[in-house]
Write a protein that binds this ligand. Structure first.
Ligand SMILES: [Zn+2]
Length: 590
């Protein structure tokens, strides 16, 4: 069973100097792909040998038969069946071949034609933070109406103690609701009369019940964090608060934190929730409202062997003006890559310094302080991931990266830029030549309507230009930026990659920047895994790689486009272990 090869970055061997960095990185990526390809071919041979001779000496622990295995290997091959031993892929081939490998002790999963993909990897998900509060927050992702969202608040009020906070921390947008509007304070009061309720939208707006205002001791605007305002209709207060990102972040920080036991529970549950959606890996960029002490629950869940998603995490500057000292301190005992295949330290970002964070006009001094830190990181072989908004100001960042690169080559360090939705071709060329990757999120799923309203119908046509980026040799990772500003559902993001439609159903991207299904899947697997240096061990289904995979509820390759977003996993394996199972495969839950 072989289909069209998965499209890989173009052969760049003809693109020699003066783009030296570009050339070198292109070669690395290409060589890796070739290495993977030759490994896969070798694996196929080994598979045959097993069938003939050593099958009973080394039988698989588990075989998946009679399915459609989308390998995401360099040739884009499909197989019918796959065998796993000791957490790794032992062989791929036909059902008959895998059956012959099996011993009486081998567990057999009959796929019944279902599609299997490599476990999905979100290259920019604030998972550590989302996990801490997952057991105590109310989750509005995927709610199709405000009515349904409010019912989730009522449900939570039944389950949680009277008087405890009910918090919706983000991940929703009013355009996902049939009513096309935000909740009112009165609706929240009615949904949970005995609990204080706080609902946040992105980083610009929140609404609280009266009980919430009382608990946070906010009785006038003066009690709000700087930059926050109480929304009014005429003279009447609506219960909503608007303001800049800093004000909303500071307001959120006043809410009670989950207890440590709740953080542990939330962390276990959130990663299982990601497994339900076929995710087996995340690259976590730290983020707002997250401090060093907040990583303890993650570390405890990892130490107890209960981490069901592989996490590569980076560290942020914490205090404006003191970032360099803090980062030196934080990383003194965590060299780049420190950890294991479930959890490892992955460098700095997405906020290195406050002065360069969301600042379109950094001063020379701001850039000098930033340069000192990232140059220091380059000397220590650290990856950097950097949050950046518009292309019009990217010179401030890339200028610093290029300056560092003149002193210390960054080509092998896998620095990356997150967001940058309107990247120009020139920017992508510069990134490519530096070996800087790009993590791309579905921000336009929620934000596209606003973009088109402000910029006209063509404003979103090439946003984000992932086909161009891929053509120019920029390594692209898929993802979401959840859970404040987006849903963490990878299939929401994959559908958006494929149809360019906002949550309200408006198609804003043109076909020229729309990847095909395999390319979008590659972004979310082999692309994402590049950012944590793990493409030799995961990101595709090939012999010798970790058996991280998801069996899907519908065929990702052929499902109607508008159903891609509804796909879920019915069986997720992490290193060959069942971490999620549902439906007729539920009996496989370990
Ligand atoms: Zn960001």
């Amino acid at each position: 069973m072989v289909t069209e090869p998965l499209r890989m970055p173009r052969d760049r061997t003809v693109r020699a100097s003066p783009l030296v960095g570009y050339y070198r990185v292109g070669m690395q990526w290409g060589q890796r792909m070739r290495r993977l390809a030759s490994k896969a071919a070798f694996g196929a041979i080994i598979g045959c040998v097993f069938v003939g001779a050593a099958a009973y000496a080394q039988p698989p622990d588990l075989v998946l038969l009679d399915g459609k295995i989308v390998t995401v290997d360099a040739q884009g091959r499909l197989h019918e069946a796959l065998a796993i031993r000791d957490g790794k892929i032992l062989a791929l081939g036909t059902t008959a071949e895998m059956r012959r490998l099996a011993a009486p002790t081998t567990r057999v999963v009959e796929l019944g034609g279902r599609t299997v993909i490599p476990g999905l990897i979100d290259s920019h998900l604030h998972a550590v933070r989302a996990a801490l509060s997952f057991s105590t927050e109310v989750n509005w992702i995927g709610a199709r109406s405000l009515r349904e969202a409010l019912a989730r608040v009522s449900d939570a009020a039944q389950r949680r103690p009277r008087g405890s906070w009910l918090i919706v921390a983000g991940g929703w947008n009013e355009l996902q609701f049939a009513e096309r509007r935000r909740p009112t304070q009165a609706e929240l009061e009615a949904a949970a009369p005995d609990n204080p309720v706080y609902v946040q939208l992105g980083y610009g707006w929140a609404v609280m019940t009266d009980d919430g205002f009382a608990k946070l001791q906010v009785s006038s605007e003066a009690d709000l964090p700087a930059g926050g305002t109480l929304e009014r209709v005429g003279e009447r207060l609506t219960g909503a608060i608007s303001g800049g990102q800093a004000a909303i972040i500071a307001l959120f920080d006043r809410l009670p934190k989950p207890t440590f036991a709740e953080q542990m529970q939330g962390t276990r549950e959130f990663f299982r929730e990601l497994n339900r959606l076929g995710l087996t890996g995340v690259v976590d960029p730290g983020g707002n409202n997250l401090f060093p002490a907040d990583y303890q629950a993650l570390f405890d869940v990892w130490r107890s062997g209960e981490l069901t998603v592989r996490v590569a995490y980076s560290l942020n500057g914490q205090t404006a003006g003191s970032e360099f000292a803090e980062l030196k301190n934080l990383t003194a005992l965590t060299p780049m890559g420190f950890g294991d295949d479930r959890l490892h330290f992955n460098g700095l970002g997405e906020r290195i310094t406050f002065a360069m964070n969301n600042n379109p006009e950094p001063t020379a001094e701001n850039k000098e302080r930033y340069y000192e830190i990232v140059r220091w990181a380059a000397e220590r072989g650290m990856a950097i991931t950097m949050h950046w908004g518009p292309d019009s100001t990217i010179e401030h960042l890339l200028g610093v990266f290029e300056r560092v690169n003149r002193d210390v080559s960054i080509a092998s360090l896998r620095w990356s830029v997150a967001h940058l939705n309107d990247a120009s071709e020139e920017t992508l060329r510069r990134m490519s030549s530096l070996g800087v990757g790009w993590t791309v999120q579905d921000a336009m799923y929620f934000g596209g309507e606003d973009l088109v309203r402000r910029g006209g119908p063509d404003a979103g046509r090439r946003i984000p230009p992932v086909v161009t980026g891929d053509r120019l040799g920029v390594v692209i990772g898929g993802g979401t930026d959840a859970h404040r500003v987006a849903s963490y559902n990878p299939f929401t993001s994959l559908q958006w990659f494929l149809d360019g439609k906002t949550v309200a159903g408006t198609a804003i991207r043109g076909p020229e920047e729309t990847p095909d299904r395999l390319l979008a899947l590659k972004f979310y697997t082999l692309g994402s895994v590049w950012f944590s240096f793990d493409e030799d061990t995961r990101g595709s289904l090939e012999v010798g790689k970790l058996a991280d995979l998801a069996v899907l509820s519908q065929d990702y390759l052929t499902a109607p486009l508008d159903e891609v977003g509804n796909i879920e996993s019915v069986l997720t394996l992490l290193g060959g272990e069942v971490v999620y199972a549902a439906g007729e495969l539920a009996t496989f839950d370990d």
